[in-house]
Ligand binder design. Structure first.
Ligand SMILES: Cc1cc2nc3c(=O)[nH]c(=O)nc-3n(C[C@H](O)[C@H](O)[C@H](O)COP(=O)(O)OP(=O)(O)OC[C@H]3O[C@@H](n4cnc5c(N)ncnc54)[C@H](O)[C@@H]3O)c2cc1C
Length: 808
């Protein structure tokens, strides 16, 4: 066995083999895969082999499309059949809500080029005669849908990789991983050590255990999963004879079932509600080509629905029931990318649909390793979305919740209950006592809105029970003053003699002077957005950065990766070590002035000033900025002071009409100000010009900031896209995100976010469209719950376009 390689991939399941193949295809042939047994010895060998393009997340759908289209390539290169059958499929809805969901999913697929068609139950019956149309409300017919041979696919990747020069060592168990002296890695195996620059954890069922070899607790858990295979069915033979093709795939959401033809019979699998985790603490190393004991009682409720919806099953004999484990992350998406703090260590795990997603995951990893960037939008799959807080004890209930809801609708206003409450701030109970309806913001309880009378969210695609109350919060804020908790932001202190020079290189903005703040786009080498932060200069050697909370690890990973190694700069990831309250609205200055000895008049404390000052008795850091787009302040303090500051603000604000507000009111206010947010408008695939952040990029500053060359090129050539705000002709429902934008009868873009702007009294959307149509007056339309609604671009903000309130 060779003892050195540039990359070692641990795990010969479908994911590891795909990563290896993509690395070799990218020209990195000095790469090696280590597999403790034969290839496919984890969850891969007993998979049902189904693959679909449609996914609720358009970026995941895109990755699935790529994966399926890859099968021909690896088959041709390797000479190994993947056993791929493109059958086409139907996704079935038995309720109007599910049908709405299918329509919105189809709409999202439009700009990804995913072919799908809404059809009636009768039309669904025509293409998939096993179903009883009276049981359904409607369906989606898909084209790129099929099934394959899991082992064939894995070997096709492996053989293709080998052909390109990659090495594969089976029966080689990785027993430990340690740092080499040169900063690389030493992978210890039962056949000796291998030194390498990069290690990819594609350990599948054992990914958690491989992670633990480097002190990492990855948030993955395996769940038992069952499917049954019937004896040959005459109905299947008849369909094959009459149509000359295989039976269509079916996903029956309300039955929580998936079905496909398997030889002369059918395969039916289910994501049962009464789900069971497998090996919650430690996956046994001696588990291999084994199956788990089937438990038909557990899946009986789903099967009963299946037999009713697909009556031919009632007469079919069951040939076999397969029960096998496979892994999930808490949100069901893969965990991919570099591990913060462990340069050269990569994650390629938590891939719950290896045959729909494995190809895209391999491509992203290979791009990232060889070129420093995944090359497409993998934000929703980035391992950096979870931090140390995603412990095993948190992960386990969350994964079970996700599994049991795999085929459930999640409404846009629906919060999931498992593993909550978890992280809370000192004013959590006070917020609850004020009627706060909490949301889960990456483990932190955060008020979404305040219910004055015990009303709860009624889950819906349409405006719901919160609408009126959110409107009240917005009005209080716009007319008087509102208070919001902002502890969930990611926060960092960058300190040291080299701090200024470092930030000048890593941020694209002009650095502020001491006591000032600015918006700070952070760019990748390709000039696309790596972050949108606020940077505050506290002194020549101390800076404060604040950004989206969900990006804390993502930002920290990038900042640490680019920090000088000479000790001249330190980064403190503050987390909840600093919590915050924001006050905003025309009376917010009066309120602040009542509680601080500092002069906070407009002349003494200007827009974008930041200063340490007492608020109540407490030492705080106060910045004059607000995401509401109004006069406002962000007040940061240590947690032990938050309750005091909160109570003082509430008391002092009572006669000013102070009202607490939540994230939904904030969304309503930032929309009428045309403000974008991270992970929605700002993602790592958009350039600053495209995203409208170019005015914060100091193209001509002396520092060679990361991404400068590409950003200048984008500025000069104009990029490809434009972010636009729209007012939508909507009633009863507002856009959420990912809906298609139509221009003159063609789909030319997609919505990034939307909602109702209560102060302006307008339904709003933000989204990207192609540059060539961006300045057009239309006709524009946005698809909302299957209907095209007229829309008009809102080029200047509906609120405070001249920034008189914000700066005044
Ligand atoms: C019953 C069932 C049905 C399924 N149906 C479908 C389906 O229809 N469609 C679909 O897309 N997906 C399906 N899946 C999921 C699919 O199987 C997984 O997404 C996929 O197998 C994940 O592959 P992987 O490579 O990440 O992990 P694994 O297949 O678990 O591979 C990990 C590999 O790493 C090796 N390994 C681990 N640790 C070490 C070590 N220390 N040293 C050396 N080697 C190591 C293991 O031996 C193993 O071979 C199904 C799963 C089950 C259980």
């Amino acid at each position: 066995m060779q003892t050195q390689a540039r990359v070692v991939v641990i795990g010969g399941g479908v994911v590891g083999c795909s990563v290896l193949y993509h690395l070799a295809r990218a020209g990195w042939t000095d790469v090696m895969l280590l597999e403790r047994s034969e290839l496919t010895s984890g969850s891969t060998w007993h998979a049902a082999g189904g693959c679909h393009t449609i996914n609720g997340d358009p970026n995941v759908a895109k990755l699935q499309k790529y994966t399926i289209e890859l099968y021909k390539e690896i088959e041709d290169l390797s000479g190994q059949s993947t056993g791929f059958h493109m059958t086409g499929g139907v996704m079935l809805a038995s309720t109007p809500e599910r049908f709405d969901w299918l329509k919105s999913t189809m709409a999202k697929g439009r700009y990804q080029g995913i072919e799908a068609e809404v059809i009636t139950p009768e039309e669904a019956h025509e293409v998939m005669p096993l179903l009883d149309p009276s049981q359904f409300f409607g369906a989606l017919k898909t084209v790129v849908d099929g099934h394959l041979d899991p082992s064939g696919v894995t070997y096709a990747y492996a053989k293709s990789a080998r052909k390109l020069g990659a090495a594969i060592e089976t029966h080689t168990m990785v027993t430990g991983i340690r740092r080499g002296r040169d900063g690389g890695w030493i992978v210890e195996t039962d056949k000796g050590d291998v030194t390498c620059e990069h290690v990819v954890n594609a350990g599948g069922l054992w990914a958690r255990e491989v992670g633990r070899m480097v002190g990492l607790e990855l948030p993955v858990l395996a769940m038992e999963h069952m499917y049954l295979i019937t004896e040959d069915m005459p109905e299947v033979a008849e369909i094959n004879r009459a149509t000359g093709r295989e039976v269509y795939h079916a996903v029956d959401f309300d039955g929580e079932l998936y079905l496909r033809q398997e030889r002369g019979g059918m395969l039916m699998g289910t994501y049962e509600k009464a789900c069971v985790p497998w090996s919650e603490r430690q996956t046994p190393w001696n588990f291999g080509h084994e199956l788990l004991q089937p438990d038909i009682d557990r899946i009986a409720p789903s099967l009963e629905v299946g037999f009713e919806h697909f009556p031919a099953f009632q007469n079919a004999g069951i040939k076999q029931i397969i029960n096998g484990p496979f892994t999930f992350a808490p949100d069901g998406n893969p965990l991919i990318g570099p591990i913060r703090g462990l340069p050269g260590m990569w994650s390629a795990c938590g891939v719950m649909a290896g045959f729909s997603q494995g190809g895209g995951v391999g491509l992203a990893l290979a791009n990232w390793i060889t070129e420093g960037d995944p090359g497409f939008d993998v934000w929703a799959m980035d391992v950096a979305r979870y931090g140390d807080w995603a412990t095993m004890s948190y992960t386990n209930p969350k994964v079970q919740e996700n599994y049991s809801r795999r085929f459930s609708i999640r409404f846009p206003n629906e919060e999931l209950p498992a593993a909550r409450p978890y992280k809370t701030t000192p004013i959590y109970d006070r917020m609850l006592s004020l009627g706060a309806q909490m949301g889960d913001s990456w483990g932190l309880e955060a008020p979404l809105w305040f219910s004055p009378d015990g009303t709860r969210d009624a889950f819906s695609w349409r405006r719901s029970t919160d609408f009126r109350h959110v409107g009240e919060e917005v009005r209080a804020c716009r007319d008087n003053v509102g208070l919001m908790e902002i502890s969930g932001f990611s926060k960092f202190f960058v300190r040291g003699a080299g701090a200024g020079a470092f930030l000048d290189r890593v941020l694209a903005c002009k650095l502020p002077k001491p006591g000032r703040m600015t918006l700070a786009p952070m760019l990748k080498h390709d000039g696309k957005l790596q972050g949108d932060l606020t940077v505050a200069c506290l002194s020549e050697e101390e800076f404060f950065l604040a950004g989206s909370g969900m990006a804390e690890v993502f930002y920290a990973r990038w900042l640490e990766e680019h920090m000088p190694g000479d000790g001249s700069v330190t980064l403190e990831v503050v987390g909840l070590g600093l919590v915050g309250l924001s006050i905003a609205g025309p009376k917010s200055r009066d309120l602040l002035q009542r509680l601080t000895p500092e002069d906070v008049s407009n002349a003494a404390f200007r827009f974008m000033d930041i200063r340490r000052m007492d608020v109540g008795f407490a030492p705080c850091m106060v910045g004059r900025v607000s995401f509401t787009g109004d006069l406002g302040y962000e007040i940061w303090m240590k947690p032990e002071y938050q309750r005091h500051v909160f109570e003082r603000l509430m008391e002092a604000g009572a006669d000013l009409g102070l009202k607490p507000f939540g994230l939904r009111a904030l969304n309503a206010m930032r929309l009428e100000k045309n403000f974008g947010g991270w992970a929605r408008e700002y993602r790592p695939v958009y350039g600053p010009l495209e995203a409208g952040l170019d005015r914060f990029v100091a193209y001509d500053k002396p520092a060679e900031f990361i991404g400068k060359t590409a950003a200048v090129k984008e500025r000069d050539t104009g990029g490809a896209l434009r972010l636009i705000s729209f007012v939508v002709d909507a009633n009863e429902a507002d856009v959420i995100g990912d809906e298609p934008i139509w221009h003159d009868g063609d789909v030319v873009g997609w919505v990034t976010s939307g909602g109702y702007a209560h102060h302006a009294g307008a339904s709003m959307a933000m989204g990207y469209v192609g540059k060539s149509v961006a300045d057009s007056d239309g006709p524009w339309a946005i698809e909302l719950l299957g209907e095209r609604r007229d829309a008009r671009p809102q080029r200047v903000p509906l609120f405070d376009a001249n920034m008189e309130r914000m700066r005044g």
